[in-house]
Design a protein around this ligand. Structure first.
Ligand code: SAM
Length: 249
């Protein structure tokens, strides 16, 4: 049987494609890509001409089985996404899961990933982090999701579209508090790469004042709840209990 390679591609700067990624893309029989037109341009840039299959959220289930049949028959396949590492807020999970079930060899070819790049330069704790990808697009659902994370002490990491960046910061402010430290990484590895950091209020102000903020891609990082915040909840509960007890006959 062939091999399924999971190949990371650049998130902006084409020089971030690794030599191994290039070798693998040149040697496989077939490239499965989220958007064949977009990835076709990358392959063209590399001077690689390959058969391509589209594999996206809407056809992953049906396409995976026929892709795996081809691998079982001896072909090797590289999976790439539009940018960065496949499966990280990108298609591929169904395929990799099914490949493992069939006993097919799955080989990662690591490289760029916006979440890791952002965390590595943000200056927030990285010993424990919780990557939550894209939060729901609607404010009510987003607020609910943020509420479940309010007492999380690990650094929180999200992806967000530029259209909703301001709304997300507003919701962080109202659910996690005005003082919560936030770092935004915008346009990583590209010409206008920018980091914004400070309290969520400061960052919101900076984003709203920046005429370029509606364009570009963002990784949003939020400092975890400090122990004192979580302790405070316990202290408050104790105080209420003491008060209640003194009121009891
Ligand atoms: N698989 C990709 C990875 O490994 O990072 C992520 C794919 S996800 C569909 C796209 C999101 O990743 C964007 O909306 C943005 O939040 C983030 N992203 C991708 N490239 C970025 C960049 N150059 N700078 C900042 N964020 C980026």
């Amino acid at each position: 049987a062939g091999t399924l390679f999971i190949v990371a591609t650049p998130i902006g700067n084409l020089d971030d494609l690794t030599r191994r990624a290039e070798q693998v893309l040149s040697s496989v029989d077939l490239v499965a890509a989220e958007d064949t037109r977009h990835s076709g341009r990358l392959l063209q840039h590399l001077g690689i001409s390959k058969a391509m299959w589209a594999l996206h959220d809407h056809n992953e289930r049906e396409r995976s089985e026929s892709l795996l049949d081809r691998i079982d028959a001896g072909e090797s396949v590289a999976l790439i996404s539009d940018a960065g590492t496949p499966l990280i807020s990108d298609p591929g999970y169904v395929l990799v899961r099914a490949a493992r079930r069939r006993g097919i060899r799955v080989v990662p070819v690591p490289g760029a990933c916006a979440m890791v790049a952002a965390l590595s330069a943000a200056g927030l704790p990285t010993d424990r982090f919780l990557f939550a990808g894209f939060l729901p697009a609607r404010s009510a659902a987003r607020t609910k999701a943020l509420e479940t994370l309010a007492r999380e002490t690990a650094t929180l990491v999200f992806y967000e579209s530029p259209r909703r960046i301001s709304a997300l910061l507003q919701d962080i402010k109202s659910t996690l508090g005005e003082c919560r430290e936030v770092v935004l990484a915008r346009e990583l590895t590209k010409a206008f790469e920018t980091f914004y950091s400070g309290s969520v209020v400061d960052v919101l102000e900076a984003v709203n004042a920046d005429p370029h903020s509606a364009k570009g891609e963002y990784v949003v990082m939020v400092a975890g709840a400090t122990e004192s915040v979580t302790d405070q909840v316990a202290v408050d509960a104790d105080r209420v209990l003491t008060l209640l007890l003194t009121e009891l006959p």
